[in-house]
Structure formats: C-alpha cells, structure tokens
Design a protein around this ligand. Structure first.
Ligand SMILES: [Zn+2]
Ligand SMILES: [Zn+2]
Length: 297
C-alpha cells in the first residue's frame, strides 16, 4: 500500500493544514492579503457604503474576505455611527448587538457543517482591525476549536466562572447576575472575564434580562478600558459558548474573554519567546491591582 503523500497527509480540507509536530490546525488563506487595510475614504461599513447600502441599526453579512470556505465567516456592524465606540452605545443599542450575536449564533449553529460559533472582535489597528467602523466578526467552525474544547473538557467551568470565581477582583456588575472581573491567573495585564453567576449555555439561550445585562456590562467595561490610559484601548474579545453539534455539554457556560493589548499608556504587552516556547505566561500586573485600577477608571 502506498503511503499518502505528505501534502495530502497534512491537508485536512481545502486550505486547512495540520502541523505534523503539534497536531494544530492552520488555515492557509493567501486571498486575505488582498483585503483593504484601513481605507482612508469611503468606509464600506457606513450606511450607503459597499457592505451596507441601506440604512441599518445593526447588521450582519458574509465576510467578503473569509478565512475559510462555505460562507462560515460574517461581519457584525454594531452601529451606523462610524466614530462611535461600544462604550458609546445606549442600553437599547447594546441590546440590539447582543440580539444579533444570538440570532447569528443560532442560524450558523443550525447548519449541519457547523459545530462551533465563535463571536469575537479585534478592536484597534494594533490588533489587526483593518476597518475603523465599530464591528465584530463571527467564525463558524466545523469542529470545536481547541481553546474552547480545553475549557469544556476540564470540568472547571463552575470554578472558573461561577459565583465564587471573581473573588475580590470584581470590576463591575450589571443585571441578571452578570459580572466582570480580572481572572485570578490573568495572562494579559488588564484581562477581563464576563459571565453570569448562574450557568447559561449559549447566546441564543440567554433570556431578555440576561441580554440587557450583558449589553450594559460590555458598555461599562469597554468604557473603563478606554479611560484607564485616556485613549481607546486596543483589545481582543471573544465569546465562549456551547458547541452547536447537538451533543450534551453540561459544562457549557456562556462567557466573554477580553484581552487588552496595553500594559501601560502606549506600551503593548508582547507575547514573546519565553511564553511561545513554553506555553507558560508571565504577567507584569498583579490581577488584584489591575481590578482596583479598572474599578476606579
Ligand atoms: Zn464607517
Ligand atoms: Zn473561555
């Protein structure tokens, strides 16, 4: 029997490669090099622009530059106001964004080729946002990605997200038991976790009060991050929720991770060799101190 050619052995599907050394997946996407980077004129996300020809309040649409095939990547516009921040949204406007995240999670999650819906945002050019207009993204994966799987398999979501998890590191709270806190072993200097005190598995299941609470809490904490260094904080934000593969996921507990880039005004926190080489993190800001500063901000 012929051995498979190396190129086939490490190719899971069109575009997806599997590293023989680690088993980790990488999507090779040369087409994404062609996407516009911070266009100076004619924002495509403003009403009347390329991606939003009609007036809108919030809007989701397929990513014109998807990282993988099959219409499994979407853009979510938070507001028609180009210069707004999430922190500027009214409670009703933030609620509309939460509702759209939930609706798109349910719609994408119902597809037979989708097992996991990752709602996320890269905010600021420092973390790779190529268009300034307030927006987030959604990737719908054909399997549960490793970062989500490791939390679900660990049997630790109650300890990591439940009523006692914030300790003295609570930063803010909102309705329906939603709290934001600096995690005890934060890997980013002003990292935040947001979760309801009682388990809710996913965005579509979140009830009306829970959706209002999540929207208000996000507005609150993004405002704190922006005031911390008196400048818009670049950050990476993502939701973890129950896989949409139809399986039993008793550990699933909806939550939000926020990884702010800066450790001091204008000073980014780099993930460098000691960390990439070891898989162990080193954080220069004590989580209790970070929480105190964010409470004051
Ligand atoms: Zn715009
Ligand atoms: Zn998580």
């Amino acid at each position: 029997m012929d051995a498979p050619a190396p190129s086939h052995e490490h190719q899971r599907g069109p575009g997806e490669r599997v590293d023989p050394l680690t088993g980790a997946s990488t999507w090779i996407v040369p087409s994404r090099q062609d996407r516009p980077n911070l266009p100076a004129h004619g924002c495509p996300f403003c009403p009347g622009g390329l991606e939003a020809p009609e007036p809108y309040e919030v809007k989701a649409f397929p990513n014109r530059w998807p990282p993988f095939p099959g219409q499994r990547a979407e853009i979510v516009l938070y507001t028609p106001r180009h210069d707004a921040s999430f922190a500027d949204l009214s409670p009703a406007e933030a609620r509309r964004v939460v509702d759209l995240w939930a609706d798109r999670s349910a719609a994408l999650g119902s597809r037979p080729d989708v097992d996991y819906v990752l709602v996320f945002e890269n905010r600021g050019p420092e973390v790779g946002a190529t268009i300034a207009h307030p927006h987030g993204q959604i990737y719908a994966f054909g399997s549960v990605p490793p970062a989500a799987a490791v939390e679900l398999a660990g049997g630790r979501t109650a300890a990591g997200l439940g009523p006692d998890a914030p300790g003295h590191r609570v930063v803010a709270a909102a309705g329906a038991g939603w709290r934001a806190w600096v995690p005890v072993a934060a890997t980013w200097p002003f990292e935040l976790l947001l979760a309801p005190a009682q388990a809710v598995p996913d965005l579509p299941t979140l009830d009306s009060d829970g959706r209002d609470g999540l929207g208000r809490l996000l507005v609150d904490v993004v405002g704190r991050l922006d005031r911390l260094f008196d400048a818009p904080m670049p950050f990476m934000l993502w939701f973890h929720q129950r896989p949409f593969d139809g399986g039993e996921w008793p550990e699933a507990w909806l939550h939000v991770h926020i990884a702010p880039l800066l450790r001091a005004p204008g000073v980014p926190r780099f993930v460098a060799s000691g960390e990439l080489g070891s898989g162990v993190w080193f954080n220069p800001v004590d989580p209790a101190e970070a929480a105190a500063r964010l409470r004051e901000a």
